[in-house]
Write a protein that binds this ligand. Structure first.
Ligand SMILES: [Zn+2]
Length: 512
């Protein structure tokens, strides 16, 4: 998520939102244009004129909530990102983004998502390419058209601006008191680097971050080398599993990196402000036990490492960046948050490593699969470890659910984000409102079958993407009966259906 903590109600269960297709048409139109161009010279001058290139336009993958995120025509296999930080987090970084992709349809030109930096040059398969911008897209025209099934290697030399792009919009970079961190969810990775900015196109990532003496840089995955010069150090990291652009993390700060061992020898690596190590240690020491607890519920931890990035920034949210979750340091150091609450937020972001990171949403309408599950394990942990009954939290959610559906849409068909509203699509309907769907499913099929669904879900779709329909299908398979009729109103209904086993539960009449 961004999972937001609520400073107004630190002792309350975070039940209120932690205040916590159409792609075909453009694809075929463009492919048709290419075919027309190819045969034009052999046919007539008239047809040649008709094939003149149309103006560059922003494209997308047809995501209902973010129509211009992602781009058709290619599939990214790997990103290699280089950032050079000068020591001032108000100034643009210099950057080189290398994209290793495969062409999936014949293309005269293609789009990348990128909108918050200056592009110096673009090369395609080693040759200089021309480029322009359209909306939040960088539109690239290579010297020669691209043929379906061939490799596409793109090198973009650019800057990456850490300042907010607009008053009402956060960038991907988060400026901390001692440097930078990243928070790209859901639609901000392309404010940092050119990419196919949609979780449907996961890829491997390599990072190279150059920073002046005194800084430490850390990114997703494990270290892949350090190079020192007289005045700078370049830190490299590489992911062992594919990752969505929204989950990329790069931390640059006056940090200390702490190491400990998790279950089965898992390397656990935390990044903390050097001065706060002692104060944070009691919290960080809990991570291995939390990982073991999650493994007991859903199976093996899915990645090569885990840890917390403690940022000195007031983001208003925590974020499950893959293998290295982003937290506001103050959540842990300011008095007022009860220990059980802080721990349940830690478990929320940890559980996203399975639900949201390893298994990514195919579209942003599937966000409830991320946040509903993370809220579920957050609440289950609080029940088992801190005596905060899950049923009480679900009963409260039931009372509020009709109101959440009215304001944010049903869990699996959320309303689009509104311009200028920072909460975006991260509303209560996909947090406790979606955990309530999982509770209803458990009530309907029983705890044993429910746990089998959960384990099979993260096992079957590991390192992939999945849809709401995939979840309904799996639940039906495990239960041995078609659950689509049961789950449809829970996922898509304007009103909350009756809760199995709790005929006395009623939606609040003044909900909203
Ligand atoms: Zn979350």
């Amino acid at each position: 998520m961004p999972h937001t903590v609520d400073p107004q109600h630190p002792s309350a269960p975070p039940s209120s939102p932690p205040s916590s297709g159409t792609r075909r048409s453009r694809r075929s139109r463009r492919a048709g244009r290419l075919r027309a161009a190819l045969c034009a010279s052999a046919v007539s001058v008239g047809l040649l004129a008709a094939s003149a290139p149309s103006p560059a336009e922003p494209l997308g993958l047809g995501d209902r909530l973010y129509p211009h995120l992602g781009n058709p025509g290619y599939d990214v296999r790997a990103y290699d990102l280089s950032f050079t930080y000068g020591g001032d987090n108000t100034k643009p970084l210099t950057a080189v983004t290398r994209i290793d992709a495969r062409v999936t349809e014949n293309l005269e030109r293609f789009n990348l998502d990128f909108s918050h930096g200056t592009v110096r040059s673009v090369a395609v398969n080693g040759e200089p390419a021309s480029f322009t911008t359209a909306g939040e897209d960088l539109v690239v025209t290579p010297e020669t058209p691209l043929v379906r099934g061939t490799p596409l290697l793109v090198t973009v030399r650019h800057t990456s601006d850490p300042r907010k792009p607009a008053e009402n919009r956060d960038g991907g970079w988060v400026r901390t008191t001692d440097g930078l961190a990243m928070a790209n969810q859901a639609d901000a990775a392309h404010l940092v680097f050119p990419c196919n900015d949609h979780p449907a196109d996961k890829a491997d990532f390599t990072f190279h971050v150059t920073a002046p003496e005194g800084y430490t840089a850390v990114a997703n995955g494990l270290p892949a080398g350090v190079e020192r010069t007289a005045r700078t150090t370049t830190w490299s990291y590489r992911t062992a599993h594919p990752m969505a652009t929204e989950l990329a993390q790069v931390s640059i700060g006056r940090s200390k990196v702490l190491h400990r061992e998790g279950p089965h020898g898992l390397p656990v690596r935390d990044v903390v402000p050097a001065a706060d190590e002692k104060a944070l240690e009691p919290w960080l020491a809990r991570t291995p036990g939390q990982i073991s607890w999650m493994e007991s519920k859903v199976g093996p931890y899915p990645f090569e490492t885990y840890g917390l990035l403690m940022a000195q920034a007031q983001t208003g949210f925590e974020l499950e960046t893959q293998t290295l979750s982003l937290f506001e340091k103050e959540v842990f150091t300011q008095p007022g948050y009860p220990a059980w609450y802080v721990e349940s937020i830690m478990v929320h972001e940890l559980s996203h490593q399975w639900f949201g990171d390893s298994v990514s949403p195919r579209s942003w309408s599937d966000l409830w699969l991320n946040e509903g599950h993370a809220t579920w394990y957050e609440a289950l942990y609080a029940e088992e470890k801190a005596d905060r009954p899950l049923q009480a939290r679900m009963k409260a959610a039931y009372g509020a659910s009709d109101g959440w559906r009215a304001s944010g849409g049903p869990p699996a068909a959320p309303k689009p984000p509104k311009a200028g509203q920072k909460i975006g699509i991260f509303r209560a309907n996909v947090y406790d409102g979606a955990a309530l769907v999982l509770y209803a499913l458990r009530q309907e099929i029983g705890a044993d079958a429910f746990q089998r669904v959960e384990r099979q879900w993260v096992g079957t779709h590991r390192d992939g993407t999945a849809t709401t329909a995939d979840f309904v299908r799996l639940a039906s398979e495990v239960a041995g009966r078609d659950l689509s009729g049961f789950l449809r109103p829970w996922l898509y209904g304007a009103k909350t259906p009756p809760m199995p086993g709790h005929p006395d539960w009623r939606p609040a009449t003044d909900a909203g």
